[in-house]
Design a protein around this ligand. Sequence first.
Ligand code: ME8
Length: 670
Amino acid sequence: MPDPFYITTPIYYVNDVPHIGHAYTTIAADVMARYRRLTGNDTFFLTGLDEHGQKVQQAAIKAGIDPQTYCDRVTPQFRNLWEKLHISHDGFIRTTDARHKAVVQRALQNLSNKDLIYRAEYTGWYCTFDERFWTEKDVQNGLCPDCKRPVEQLSESNYFFRMSRFQDRLKEHIQQHKDFLRPETRRNEVLGFLQKPLEDLSISRPKSRLSWGIELPFDSDYVTYVWFDALVNYISALEYLPSVPAFERYWPASIHLVGKDILTTHAVYWSTILMGLELPLPRTIFAHGWWTVDGEKMSKSRGNVVDPYVMVEEFGADAFRYFLLREIPFGQDGDFAREPFIGRINSDLANGLGNLLSRTLTLIHRFSNGRVPEPQDSTTTGLETELKRTAESLIREKLPHHLHSGRLEFNRALESIWGLVQLGNQYIDKTAPWVLAKQPDQKPRLDTVLYHSAETLRCLCISIYAFMPTTAEEIKQQLGLTLNFTKPILEGEFNWGGLLPDTQVTKGQPIFPRIEATTKSQGKNQPSPDHLGSSPSYQSQATASSQMKPEPTQRPGNTPGSDDSITIQEFEKIQLKAGKVLSAERVPKSEKLVKLQVDLGREQRQIVAGIGKKYKPEDLVGQTVVVVTNLKPAKLMGIESQGMVLAAGDEEVKSLATFLEEVDPGTKVK
Ligand code: ME8
């Protein structure tokens, strides 16, 4: 029996309505929960709302109602959205639940009994928005280092948790548990943060200043600091939300999924609180990246907040789920824009998956009376072997690899699934069943082709289920499959050949109708390099890296003296130098592009290179590479590139060109 799997999202503040950021984390958690249930894990998926604290109190005052009424009013906005997005949470916690409050008070009492809580006078800079104190050295120009809002000086008596005591243990834990903080960059960030002495954590707020919170069990003049209250939800929920208390069963959590904004509160506050409570730490805290909208930070004042309700209404839940997870590697920041979204719907969903389903079912209706024919083994070819191999490796190797808790490579998983979609469509193109149907002696071959096309769809149906549950159900219905997604998939169903011959298929409506492009957006983007055969109207900007280079011309037999030869003088026009990579970071929204700062001896240049699929930024730093230094500067995805690095490979980068010996930056290459 696989291990229990407990996954959580942050509990969202109710001072605002849900937006794309909240939807993103929750969809990602849902994909993992569905995937783990399908593969047999006893799964508990928790989400909920953070209802205490200053922000909520202020929002209630603004609305002219008491905080509890305010919370009760906002809660359905989240609950209904999760329903519309087909979020399959097992528990929904609200921090105003009486039973949650009791667990918070017990935790505080427990720490106090161990002398891990003390009272002290504290003077510091306070940020109302972030609800936290900052020290003199943190504050820059009177602004909060986190949210950049003005801070105010406060002198207050408060209760403190002895967080500093756990600094060394925490460092050690992070160092010893590779998957504890993910991705790697975030792990390094926290380790960097822990280089400085860790201060104790103020865990109370005087009621005179803030009354909307959980009263401290040992001092009724105070309420609990909202972050202490909120973090405890991950354990309190297990006590009362499952039908029977399930702390022993599910703790420690398998994954706390959070945005990068709240990494420290989870990695440092929560971990040390758990140490104080003598409880095991979660196995993984995964901090994903940040969505901007049309290149800008989302905010009410800018009026650019993406409303997930509108997206679902306009494009459907599954398309929205697909886009958010396909477009951007999960740990990285991304930009949301309508055009790339529509582009993906048309290319990947309508032309890719939708087309494969529709043509397969049409062919089965036309040439096999609407029933899946029996494959004739004697007629199978290399194409069929490739389909089988690709489908089995997708389900058995690629999905488990990419969806491993320490990786969460949703985009890669979807890329692999769409590799099979593409292969399925190519298979039909190449085997041309409509031609086979005209030759009676090709009937056995035709049957084999129809069976393999339908079986490809069955494997796709299983693979997409976690990402696009409604689409998977629809494909299941149309193909007449017996799969039951409410239970773990049976071992045998993972194998090629699970589709029973003679199954009746039913062609339905197109699962993803094409979306017409608006004139304004048309032609803004180039065709996507990884589109799926038919020409999409739009291209995702995140895969626009192909625009950097013209189509490579293949000249295998280029001989000296042929028309294409150049003279040595011509060659010398190209200035090549050794450059040392000083820093590297991914270009947001792009899978391929990496922005490098390169030392060229007398100067430093910024170069945008299409090598991000092959190399991680951290692998590039310190490498000495070959740079074309007299190339006209060009802008790639809006970022200036002042040169080009050389690499071997055609469409795919195989290897960067480097040097056998150490050479100084700026050395001429000839
Ligand atoms: O921080 N891009 O709640 P919150 C990506 N109550 N994700 C985003 C996002 C964006 N632009 N905006 C929000 C809180 N998120 C606390 C949490 S947990 C014990 C307490 C997502 O309503 C992301 O997951 O401000 C981020 O961490 C979370 O919403 C913050 O939600």
